[in-house]
Design a protein around this ligand. Structure first.
Ligand SMILES: [Zn+2]
Ligand SMILES: [Zn+2]
Length: 337
């Protein structure tokens, strides 16, 4: 396929930024050329994830170059590298997991999300805060045709991480969700579709998030500062707040599980062993495998998810990130270049 020529636009976190959290800067660059194994997509939508904030704010170890954030990308193939047989026009999603070695012990036992050499979109590989993006076609995900780009984009991280976290939480009937943003609003609906009961916990006094949780089907929404009104089978902590972990542990039954679903969390305070005693499990979930993606995307058409989005132009990305930092968002913000 002939390479495309022309200029594209992207928002980049400058590596030389004098301070963490500096605004992204608009850059002009040639349209990227797909190399061997890669596809070039014209971006139709890229959802904003809290992890983007951790990249911008320097909470994650930073690659030694400028980077374009964004890892919930929906686009269509406009050209392909050598030896790639993906037809032009094919719609694909690009998630956080951008490349793995395929040879290490984790890759070989179905845990490619733990590959020590894994490379991630929007962190080590330029992501979707741009009008064009290249990706390894083997890590792109076919998306349900029922959803438009804006509504499909949040599934690629909020949905997929939520799905992996929900599986890790076990099959108990009552699930608590700590932090009710993009991931929780999707996974609450998935859990309810599975026949479970959802309890939502948000910042004290955040009545807007609490009503949002009730709107998507939670039976209870209240402050995360106090233990759950009923003992839960499992809890998933989406908020990057370590102080929630002992509270969540006190809210689950013996034998229950607390899953930490974020890539970054503030320090977990010390807590008495009694909170963990009686076979409670505390674990994390790290990103996703392609198998998770296939499994989840196959279920999406059956679930009739209400995906709450707000479309933002590329020029509004910095303000959108500030809103996410302040917690002033329900559902998912989606860049539509
Ligand atoms: Zn590997
Ligand atoms: Zn994400």
């Amino acid at each position: 396929m002939a390479p495309m020529h022309g200029t594209s636009h992207a928002l980049s976190r400058a590596q030389c930024s004098s301070h963490a959290g500096a605004p992204l800067v608009l850059i002009e660059r040639p349209i990227p050329v797909p190399g061997p194994g890669q596809v070039l997509l014209k971006v139709d939508a890229c959802a904003i994830c809290r992890t983007d904030l951790h990249v911008v704010d320097g909470d994650l170890a930073h690659p030694d170059r400028d980077i374009v954030p964004g890892h919930e990308i929906v686009g269509r193939v406009v050209s392909s590298g050598p030896d790639v047989a993906v037809p032009t026009g094919t719609r694909l999603g690009i998630p956080w997991l951008g490349w793995t070695c395929g040879e290490c012990e984790w890759c070989l036992r179905g845990q490619e999300n733990l590959c020590p050499d894994a490379r991630f979109t929007g962190w080590q590989i330029d992501g979707g805060y741009a009008d064009h993006v290249v990706a390894d076609h083997r890590f792109c995900i076919p998306l349900p045709e029922e959803l438009d780009a804006e509504h499909a984009a949040p599934l690629l991280c909020a949905g997929l991480i939520g799905w992996r976290a929900l599986k890790a939480a076990g099959d108990g009937r009552t699930v608590g969700l700590y932090g009710f943003g993009a991931a929780a609003h999707l996974i609450a609906q998935v859990a309810i579709w599975q026949g479970r009961t959802v309890y939502a916990f948000t910042r004290e006094g955040n009545s807007r998030s609490q009503s949002f949780a009730m709107e998507v089907g939670a039976v209870f929404a209240g402050s995360s500062a106090t233990p759950s009104p009923v003992a839960l089978d499992a809890a998933i902590v989406f908020a990057p707040v370590g102080a929630l972990v002992p509270i969540a542990l006190q809210s689950i039954k013996p034998g229950g599980t607390v899953v930490c679903a974020g890539i970054h969390m503030s320090q977990i305070p010390a807590f008495p062993y009694a909170h963990l005693w009686r076979e409670r499990t505390l674990r994390s979930v790290a990103n996703l495998t392609r198998a998770d993606a296939q499994e989840f995307m196959a279920l999406v058409p059956q679930m009739d998810l209400r995906i709450s989005t707000e479309a933002i132009p590329l020029s509004g990305a910095n303000e959108a990130l500030s809103r996410l930092r302040r917690g002033d968002v329900d559902g998912a913000l989606v860049l539509v270049p």
